[in-house]
Design a protein. Structure first.
Length: 592
């Protein structure tokens, strides 16, 4: 497909708010929405129950450590029983929460993947996206790996944030109560700081968050680049695997190894940068994590040494500090995950935005107007000019129809070729409605009555029966009709393989692939068949046999775009000519 130059590319990236709105709307309209909402409700119940059990465990610290301090064995044993009940409850809640986490992530991925696949495979969209530049590279990465990471990280981060918020609300009151009346004594002076443990905990967590943001600010961009390089590597490997035969025959293994090595080096280069960025971030996250072992004791020590706290009270203060600090440090602990989430959110949302933008075709050169032909009108391409890129006009790359009388009536045989330099494939794409940039009007019959046959067809990995009736299946076609169609096009050897699943594009040669495409047309019985240079490069015997099959199809209007002496001899078609735009522009300049 012809692509516009890089200068014409749109920026499909959205702001963070735009990304969240787009993906939020996609989720709300997804079939899995209600199931995910039920799972979220169940998770909230489990999180509240876990927080309550954690709160009770923190309260248990007081009497347990006080019993140790008093050397009270009966109370010590009693508190161990209480601990066993709380610990079992927390373990059960953790197991249930983990299961709900995984199922929620799975449903989120289901919704994301299905939504993106539906948006991608809307008629015409995916092919039009090919003209949008880098955003169209490796869509499989965005549909597969990016949706997986985005779904898993969204679930984990959302649950973690909710859990931390509830913990913070529950335990900040404990810290406030412990230090509400504490005052520092400096000689004759007394300084009272109500809830000073709350403020020191907030300051501790805030310092860690700020340092993490400063040290790790490159991570979102580095992660996005890493996923792009991973996609390039996979594409290089798949392309080499798909073309092993021609590569081997050309002795091209060394050349392909250079390309694969280059893609591997791209991935490794990004991983090296990520390793340094994560190592730098670890200075902050690990440092603050180890410091948290003694920080609460240091902060609470003035109250303990002044006699305002018992040993059990000190342990309660330490437990509450750790819970509040854990909640407040959620951003620090999850910074690298948030960076990963931001990267995949950007890739998925920008890809989805680009696909949706394909529906609002626009360009500086304008677009072709399409309409459905009236009854008996046929196809009209009068005055149509097709631009090679959205912003190009008469002086750019493209084609125009030379003939003034360019209406094709039902039942006609037409061949459309062109002057040297005329891009006939571009005109075929415009006639098919997948390349709309240009000017003029094209009238087409109902799409269900047309078959558009490209030069390089597509054979799905499926049973031969499905391939022959692609794309709709044709449930009314029996084995007898399939066998007769194969025999007509010279594929008798495949008659007994109707239910075999194969990579038919690898199994068949070019002549056989073209024959299978004609067999598909025989079964579907279209009123209009538009062929894009399908006969080019086929053996003379194959061309003669396929043209003979087409000549026997009743009521068929046949349009061949390309040069074929065999087609001209067989059908004596009406000829149309295409002229390249640059030649047309030069002619107008000479006349002026």
């Amino acid at each position: 497909m012809t692509q516009p130059p890089e200068t014409a590319l749109q920026n499909f990236e959205l702001s963070l708010g735009g990304q969240l709105r787009m993906m939020g709307k996609a989720f709300w309209n997804a079939p899995v929405r209600n199931r995910v909402l039920v799972l979220i409700s169940a998770l909230l119940i489990i999180i509240f129950a876990t927080t309550y059990a954690t709160y009770r465990l923190n309260e248990w610290n007081g009497p347990f450590y006080d019993a140790l301090e008093r050397r009270d064995m009966p109370e010590f044993l009693n508190q161990l029983v209480v601990f066993g009940i709380i610990a079992f409850s927390l373990t059960l809640l953790n197991v249930v929460q983990q299961w709900l986490n995984q199922i929620t992530a799975m449903r989120m991925r289901e919704g994301l993947a299905r939504d993106l696949a539906d948006v991608w495979l809307k008629p015409g969209r995916a092919l039009k996206l090919g003209g949008a530049g880098a955003i169209a590279s490796n869509p499989d990465q965005r549909l597969h790996e990016d949706t997986r990471i985005l779904a898993e990280n969204t679930t984990a981060l959302a649950i973690g944030l909710v859990n931390s918020t509830i913990l913070l609300a529950s335990f900040i009151g404990v810290l406030w109560a412990i230090s509400s009346d504490f005052a520092f004594h400096f000689g004759s002076r007394t300084i009272s700081i109500p809830g000073y443990m709350v403020w020191t905990t907030i300051l501790y967590a805030l310092l860690g968050s700020v340092l993490s943001n400063v040290v790790g600010n490159l991570l979102p961009r580095l992660n996005a680049e890493r996923y792009a390089r991973e996609a390039d590597l996979r594409a290089a490997l798949v392309r080499a695997n798909e073309n092993l035969k021609p590569i081997t025959l050309a002795r091209g293994e060394a050349s392909e190894r250079v390309r694969v090595d280059f893609a591997i080096e791209g991935v490794l280069g990004m991983l090296r940068k990520l390793a340094w960025a994560l190592a730098n971030l670890t200075w902050v996250s690990a440092g603050f994590g180890w410091l948290a072992l003694v920080a609460p004791i240091i902060i609470a020590s003035p109250m303990y040494f002044s006699g305002e706290l018992s040993f059990g009270g000190l342990m309660m203060a330490v437990g509450a500090f750790n819970q509040v600090n854990q909640a407040l440090r959620w951003y620090v602990v999850n910074f690298s995950v948030i960076a990963d989430w931001r990267a995949t959110l950007n890739r998925v949302s920008s890809f989805r935005h680009a696909l949706l933008t394909m529906d609002t075709q626009a360009g500086e050169g304008g677009v072709i107007a399409y309409r459905e032909a009236h009854q008996g009108e046929g196809i009209s391409v009068c005055g149509v000019t097709v631009y090679g890129a959205p912003e190009q006009g008469e002086a750019g790359h493209g084609v125009r129809v030379v003939e003034g009388d360019c209406a094709i009536k039902p039942g006609e045989r037409v061949m459309i070729n062109g002057d040297p330099g005329a891009d006939r494939h571009l005109f075929f794409q415009a006639l098919a409605g997948i390349w709309p940039w240009g000017r003029g009007e094209i009238a087409l019959p109902p799409a269900g009555r047309m078959i558009l046959m490209p030069q390089d067809g597509y054979l799905p990995t499926a049973t031969l029966r499905e391939v022959m009736t692609y794309p709709d299946g044709l449930s009314d076609i029996d084995d007898k009709a399939l066998t007769e169609a194969l025999e007509k096009v010279g594929l008798d050897r495949l008659v007994h393989r109707l239910d075999e699943v194969e990579r038919w594009d690898r199994l068949l040669d070019k002549d056989e692939e073209a024959s299978l495409s004609i067999a598909n047309a025989v079964l579907r019985k279209p009123d209009w068949l538009i062929m894009d240079d399908v006969l080019e490069g086929l053996e003379p015997e194959t061309q003669e046999r396929l043209l003979g099959v087409l000549s026997r199809l009743e009521g068929l209007t046949l349009i061949y775009i390309g040069r074929s002496e065999e087609f001209r001899k067989k059908f004596a078609p009406r000829l149309f000519h295409l002229s390249p735009l640059h030649a047309h522009a030069e002619k107008k300049k000479e006349e002026a």
